[in-house]
Design a protein around this ligand. Sequence first.
Ligand SMILES: Cc1ncc(COP(=O)(O)O)c(C=O)c1O
Length: 353
Amino acid sequence: MAEIHTNRWYTNFGPLNERFETEMAMFLEQTGSAKLGTGTFSSATTALELMLRAKRLGEGAKVLIPVLTFPATALSVLNASYKPVFADVDKESWLLTPEIARKAHSKEPLDAVVPVATYGKPLDGEAWLEFQKETGVHVFWDAAAVLGQQKIPQGITAVFSLHATKPFGVGEGGLVATNDLETLDRARSLSNFGFIGPAGVVQQTGTNAKFGEYYAAVGLQQIARWPEVIERRKNVADAYWRELKKLGNRIELQAGCGDDFIPATLQIYAKDLGKQIFDALAAAGIQTRRWYLPLLHEHPALKDITFVGNENVEEAIPVSLELAEGLVGLPFHAFLSDEDIIEICNVVAEVVS
Ligand SMILES: Cc1ncc(COP(=O)(O)O)c(C=O)c1O
């Protein structure tokens, strides 16, 4: 903070923002990604919208998105003047996979696909890269909740959220990682009204979606704190698994959850019992969230978006419809105690037994 005031530079791509972008590129490399360019934005929503716009897919271009996601995925596509198309997710991983996208592309040719790192589960870099090479469909990852655990190969563009609710939170912010530097430069210009060059001349109709120096300062601290943050979250996850395992197959978790990755938000799935668990926990004074629900097609503002191949709802998204009846997001943050977790899991056990 002192440095910001000494610099007298508060936003507009200041020195802390530059340092944060450089350090984030190093952080991504250290956590398994390729050497990539990085760029900050005011949010993941604006970052995704502006990267999509900057890619110049053409008005009305078709962009495949999962129906099980946070509404911002669809909003970014709509705000970029493209046409989102809904797809289902995989039964085990709860992700829109390359296999699902391949089938969708054969039914209805696509221009781009935005797979989501659902609930903070990392996406498969090699498989998506292969999909992109094979089909020529552009892949933009909505990796909002998975910063720190996602490996990004050369050739894939990923968008992360730095929102306060994310494990790597700074307050508000979005981060793009990509080797498509031309598109990133155009998106960055769009985030600054569309100015290109120093003269303040609008070359494309942009907006204001920049990341200020205060957030960059917090971001630099978050990089330093990350090992501690992830360690705490791992301990909470381990305590949960100890309790949830006692429930056997009465509840299911997203494939690999707790073993291969630590989720951003912890969903449990109990067939048809989502609402009952939600109500029982509420009665016990424990707040839960049904993250990503309702499914996107149920939001009034998104009701006109069609499913792949214009199929009807039941045919198009059977897995998401089933998941929607059984998903509940349990409290999950770095400061939960073992006692809290036991109390929460005891309430869940009563409903599912
Ligand atoms: C899957 C997904 N996409 C996009 C966003 C939007 O991120 P932001 O709040 O940084 O715009 C979120 C935020 O919760 C999200 O979960």
